[in-house]
Ligand binder design. Sequence first.
Ligand SMILES: Cc1cc2nc3c(=O)[nH]c(=O)nc-3n(C[C@H](O)[C@H](O)[C@H](O)COP(=O)(O)OP(=O)(O)OC[C@H]3O[C@@H](n4cnc5c(N)ncnc54)[C@H](O)[C@@H]3O)c2cc1C
Length: 554
Amino acid sequence: MDAPFSHLTRAAHLKSMAEETVDLLVIGGGVTGAGIARDAAMRGIRTALVDKGDFGSGTSSRSSRLVHGGLRYLEHGHFRLVFEASRERRILRKIAPHLVWPRSFLFPIYAGGKLSRWKLEAGLWLYDLLSLFRNVRRHQMLSKRAMQRAEPGLRSRGLKGGARYYDAQCDDARLALANARDAHRHGALVANYAAVERLETADGRVRGAHVTDLVTGTERAVRALVVVNATGPWSDELRASDGETPALHTSKGAHVVVRRERLGNNEAVTFTSPIDGRVMFVVPWGDLTYVGTTETESYDGLDELRADADDVIYLLRSANAIFPEARLTFDDVLTTWAGVRPLLRQQGTDDPGAVSREHAILESSTGLISIVGGKLTTFRVMAAQVTDAVARRLHRIDGRPVADAAPTHKQPLPGGEMRDLDVLIEAIQAEGFPYATAAHLVHTYGSETPAVVRIAQSEPKFAEPVVTDHTTLWAELVYGMRREMAVTLGDLLARRSHLFYAAPERTLEQAPAIAQLAVEEMGWDGERRAAELRVYQHEVASSLSFREDLWADD
Ligand SMILES: Cc1cc2nc3c(=O)[nH]c(=O)nc-3n(C[C@H](O)[C@H](O)[C@H](O)COP(=O)(O)OP(=O)(O)OC[C@H]3O[C@@H](n4cnc5c(N)ncnc54)[C@H](O)[C@@H]3O)c2cc1C
């Protein structure tokens, strides 16, 4: 269903939130908070969801974009997590096939490496077993020759063979958005750019929050029977304001994006960095490849995250060691992103890689429910458990029946109402779109693609690409504003579309024209237009600022 979900919806929802007492206020519109709002709304719980930025603009658009069982968690014995994550991989591919798709990974074995062939094989059998052999396919062990055939650019010195195994890749930002939209579709009040400045308490119990509309500056009190803190890496901030001690162990992870032809990889590759032995990934994304990730515990601040020169050097050196002919340099880096893992604090380990990706639901003395830890792959399970806790609390508050679990595992997310994407791609081609455009649209919008096509057909300009040589159409930006609550240029270019990652500097050339479209579609005035352009320029500059770090050190 193509229900309006625009800046107008946002304004109306913020107003409604202040006019009634909702059952549940979810703070944080990353994949976890949006998933909770979806689950709760599906159970008939009157829900409000707010995020101080865009949906997914926190960690949920800065991940490695993998919906995975987590092969490396086997090393630390986290079997339950791998089992759960493998099941989620299956479910998410079913309810959102356009946003979560299969991806094959090659895992090379090198002489002197910490992983032997038999250990890898045993691990991959266990990986397949924990997915009940219902992964895309079973793993295959490969000879040295087969590895070289599959990935000719791999370092051949010391290569002893390897394996191919399967996981899934996802569009993380759009997955968070899809959950927020589905929450709205089930009746939730949903708003991005709505920051919780402080919690409202009465008689020692949390009763809501003070929410500021960051577009208009309007402040409102939102009253709620139950409040959930789903602010990911920010959750300790909110917990601290509620008198609680820290629950998180955070670490920064960065990625670099290069043109795929520079590495020449055909598939994704899992490898251990020769610098520190950490497991890393090289992952295709259309014509691009991203390399990740780093794991460092120091960073400038949650709201100023960026990949710095040290991050980029580490990633390029690691990638060059495994693809030696590539000789990647700073000049090859199209863009970067960095996020902070909101991991559950654990006693007795200094190794951030060994910290569990398990999650916990914490209830403070004021009644604030916080969800901490976890990973993108398992957000739906986390959401169901939090919503169970909310349903029980609502029952204690007003005696209503405890709401039954919602069928979030089988109800498609928006755009997911079809399994066979190829049929739709053919249908879109029949409308006169080239294959690449049709495939891009269907893999982005799934069963909602016809709505984007209708916009493209409404005006010749909308059927054109925003940036030459890239498939994203002007129609997608219009759709983002009319149907996906895009509010800023960054929303349109980094999270509704991903042009920001493919051609950041070229999007800057188009930014004034896109801002003009926002004037027409969303009524921006001159001041807003100028301010939005400045913010977007800053976002692009920040993603490329690692280049300046070297000079700054001189
Ligand atoms: C580098 C990296 C790679 C990763 N790769 C993977 C992967 O491949 N697969 C995987 O499964 N997991 C991965 N993860 C983990 C995964 O990305 C996170 O666990 C997940 O995205 C967390 O989602 P969240 O909704 O809990 O947090 P977030 O996405 O950070 O959402 C929290 C939201 O709260 C909002 N917020 C904060 N304070 C306030 C406030 N006061 N008022 C209103 N809103 C507020 C923020 O704006 C933010 O949008 C990775 C993480 C990192 C950092």
